[in-house]
Write a protein that binds this ligand. Structure first.
Ligand SMILES: [Zn+2]
Ligand SMILES: [Zn+2]
Length: 649
């Protein structure tokens, strides 16, 4: 309640219990919705005096415009998430704290712009003209371009055109590591301000970027998933680069997919949407089938560059070493040619298993159902699930003998191994441990971009869109885990990964080469990867998903409960399942509860309950009904639970 006419979307300070908190005005009311609630009555006195006064109005003009509020309400509704938490994840911390909405450090923007001095290919041209033809309406495009085919050039030319009409462009990229590279490419070409939004910025930078987007001062807003919520009054184009990437999905608190939300964001702005990738997700290909997206293909690399040659190394005929002899030979050959080589292994640390050769004891986390990973550099055993650390014992805790050993390879051990084979070649390791420091990733990239021969060792951080012009050879080390996984998305993700990683090789005049080490050389996935036939493999997978009625041919939601007491978590979900089954919506299937992939994490036991339906509306109707009645279930003890709509594991 307030005397002034406060705008919807403005921040206000209000009393909340004994505290003062910052809130956002979402609507005006004369009366409280909770008039009839008796506890309010007894606390606050007479009826009709339930609304409290606003203490202070913080914004003259609303911080959140109607457009962005509509989008946030839509998102909250779709994910069945409280609007308060959605708003909190959509605005910078300084704004949540009630600090003034003023740009603090106006950065100097003095871009040295150089316009493109080369022609686009016919396919690029076609993509540009098609998208620009629909510039004032929502229309969705899949820009399906093989790695190195020049998708970014398409983004840039469309951006150049739209900026002349006073539009703003929103570009989403999967990784923080990719933003500087993409920012640099836009800044070189765009006559306007390019601002970044990602988690490694400090709070002032985040606030400034947010406010520049909101004022229209920023021409291009480029960032990771949370940038989908950036306020942009003149939004004229939304680009999601590497749309297949899992990092567009937030896996905690407000579990949204920025890729999925990009459709509604573009729709509300009447702007085109481009999803770009060499390896479209099956969801995106299904959207093409359903004519929700138009596919534009870039099938060739500009200039003389050809696709790399992909070969398999059958590890059944090799010793147990991580590096097979044919792989070492290939590396030597390319390094002798003054080229760079890259090895890809999706596991950081020194070794994933620390065990006793006498009694088979293994170092396991005390808080999780997981083995501890040995990190040699710091001589610690670490749990990659809860972060627990310990100094390894010198003798076996079980049989007391000095027979402890490591098994398997992570990036750290691979680096050590490589040093013995290639003592004179610089080795650059890129994983979460070596890039934790701010700017460390950028420094590594700089060293690689100098073009000197070197060996790059890294995890999947390397698979994402980096262009290394002197990289001639890529070795892929542990793909078999992906072949054996139970997750129904595992082969899709593996095919994407293999094609993306392979695509790093041979970006300039040299034909690249790729070697994949596997114990399952006859798995069908490899034939498709060798031929770079991603689309054909994806069609095969789509058929399988259709037969089994799995996403994208059905829609899923997951209710996850966890508690320190295993029975409590399971019982809670059993009761939720009972509630769901009592709702008469036969098109929704309910399975579970089943224990999580890792049942115990950080001392909590995890259980999941799955809902699936070919009818999305029915699924959401069931969730709405569930939320209406969930309070009747008395979660015993301290069961925590959350809902994940369209989960990916
Ligand atoms: Zn032992
Ligand atoms: Zn743990």
């Amino acid at each position: 309640m307030c005397d002034e006419n406060v705008a919807v979307g403005a921040r206000v300070r209000v009393s909340f219990g004994r505290k003062k908190v910052v809130g956002i005005v979402l609507s005006h009311k004369e009366k409280s919705d909770f008039d009839k609630v008796t506890w309010l009555k007894s606390r606050e006195g007479a009826l009709g005096y339930k609304l409290k006064s606003v203490d202070e109005v913080l914004d003259d003009a609303p911080l959140l415009s109607k457009d962005i509020l509509d989008f946030l309400f839509w998102s909250a509704n779709y994910y069945h998430h409280p609007i308060g938490e959605v708003l909190a994840s959509a605005i910078p911390k300084n704004m949540r704290l009630g600090k003034p909405a003023e740009i603090k450090k106006a950065r100097a923007f003095d871009n040295q712009i150089s316009s493109a001095d080369f022609d686009t290919t016919e396919e690029q041209n076609n993509a540009i003209t098609t998208i620009l033809a629909s510039k004032d309406n929502f229309s969705g495009y899949l820009l399906h371009g093989v790695t190195g085919s020049g998708k970014t050039e398409v983004y840039l030319r469309i951006t150049e055109n739209l900026l002349q009409q006073g539009k703003q462009i929103l570009v989403l990229v999967p990784e923080i590591g990719l933003t500087p590279q993409m920012i640099a490419r836009f800044e070189k070409r765009i006559d306007g301000k390019v601002v970044a939004i990602h988690s490694q910025l400090n709070e002032t930078q985040k606030t400034d970027a947010y406010l520049m987007a909101k004022s229209g001062e920023a021409s291009v807003v480029l960032g990771t998933r949370s940038a989908i919520f950036a306020p942009m009054p003149n939004l004229g184009l939304v680009i999601v680069d590497e749309e297949h990437d899992g990092s567009f999905k937030q896996q905690s608190s407000f579990r949204y997919s920025a890729r999925d939300l990009s459709f509604m964001r573009a729709k509300l702005a009447n702007a085109p949407l481009i999803l770009g990738t060499a390896t479209p997700s099956l969801e995106t290909l299904k959207n093409v089938m359903d004519k929700k997206l138009t596919r534009l293909i870039l099938s060739t690399r500009p200039g003389e560059t050809v696709m790399p040659e992909v070969n398999l190394i059958d590890m059944r005929s090799q010793s147990t070493e991580a590096l097979s002899l044919p792989l070492i030979d290939k590396m030597k050959q390319h390094l002798n040619n003054n080229q760079q080589v890259m090895l890809f292994i999706n596991r950081r640390g020194y070794a994933p298993v620390f065990y006793c050769t006498e009694c088979d004891w293994k170092a396991e986390c005390n808080h999780c159902d997981a083995q501890m990973v040995y990190h040699r550099h710091i001589n610690r055993l670490k749990c990659h699930h809860c972060g627990a650390e310990q100094i390894p014992d010198s003798s076996c805790p079980s049989c007391k003998q000095s027979t402890l050993k490591v098994l398997g390879y992570g990036t750290e051990r691979l680096e050590e191994n490589l040093e013995s084979y290639f003592p004179d070649t610089p080795i650059i390791r890129i994983d979460r441990d070596t890039t934790r420091r701010k700017k460390a990733f950028a420094q590594h990239l700089e060293q690689i971009n100098s073009g000197e021969p070197c060996i790059i060792v890294g995890t999947q951080m390397l698979a994402k869109g980096h262009d290394f012009s002197q990289l001639a050879f890529v070795g892929i080390l542990d793909v078999d885990v992906g072949l054996l996984s139970l997750d129904f998305r595992a082969t899709e993700n593996l095919a994407q990964l293999l094609i993306q990683v392979s695509g790093r090789a041979g970006r300039s005049e040299h034909k690249g080469e790729v070697a994949i080490q596997t114990r399952y050389p006859n798995h069908p996935i490899f034939e498709y990867v060798r031929q770079a036939h991603y689309t054909q493999y994806a069609s095969k997978l789509l058929k399988e998903r259709q037969q089994t009625q799995l996403p994208p041919f059905s829609h899923q939601a997951m209710i996850c409960a966890n508690a320190k007491n295993k029975t409590q978590a399971e019982t809670f979900l059993n009761e939720v399942a009972q509630l769901l089954r009592s709702i008469d919506l036969p098109t929704v299937e309910i399975w579970g509860p089943v224990s999580g992939v890792i049942e115990k994490k950080a001392d909590y036991y995890y259980f999941n309950l799955y809902l699936q339906s070919v009818d999305r509306q029915a699924l959401h109707q069931m969730l709405n009904t569930m939320f209406g009645h969930i309070d009747s279930i008395k979660a015993s003890g301290s069961v925590r639970w959350f809902l994940d709509v369209d989960p990916i594991e």
